[in-house]
Design a protein around this ligand. Structure first.
Ligand SMILES: [Zn+2]
Length: 117
C-alpha cells in the first residue's frame, strides 16, 4: 500500500487513510494559503466601502447637501466602490455606500443624501 503524504508539508501520514494532512496546523496553513488572498481582497473592499460611508455620513449628518468632488477625494473617498444604485424621486441615479447616497455631477460637485429607510 502506498503511503500518503501531507498535502502541505509532504511528510508521510500515519493513521486513517482518508487524511490529507499530517496535522491541524498543516490543514489550516494549506487553506489559509488558498483562501488568504481572497479573504484579504474582500476585507479591503469592505474597508473602502465603510470608509466611504463614514465620510458621506459626516456631511449628511451635518445637513450638508453638496460637497466638491475634490474635497471628498482629499478625505480618502473612493468613487469606484459603492454598494448599489437607487433612483431619487427626481429621477437621478444615486450611488450608495450602504445608507449614504451620492450623485456626482459634471461640474465636479457631489450631491449627498442619507437613505431614510
Ligand atoms: Zn503536514
Amino acid at each position: 500500500m502506498m503511503k500518503k503524504h501531507c498535502l502541505e508539508c509532504r511528510e508521510p501520514i500515519s493513521g486513517r487513510s482518508d487524511k490529507k494532512f499530517c496535522s491541524d496546523d498543516c490543514r489550516s496553513r494549506h487553506y489559509h494559503k488558498r483562501e488568504g488572498p481572497k479573504i484579504s481582497m474582500i476585507r479591503g473592499i469592505n474597508y473602502i466601502l465603510k470608509r466611504n460611508r463614514t465620510i458621506l455620513s459626516k456631511f449628511t449628518q451635518a445637513g450638508r447637501r453638496r460637497i466638491s468632488r475634490d474635497q471628498l477625494i482629499e478625505l480618502g473617498f473612493s468613487f469606484e466602490y459603492f454598494t448599489h444604485f437607487r433612483k431619487s424621486s427626481s429621477g437621478s441615479m444615486y450611488r450608495y455606500c450602504y445608507d449614504q447616497g451620492y450623485l456626482l455631477k459634471d461640474n465636479g460637485m457631489v450631491y449627498v443624501k442619507r437613505d431614510k429607510e
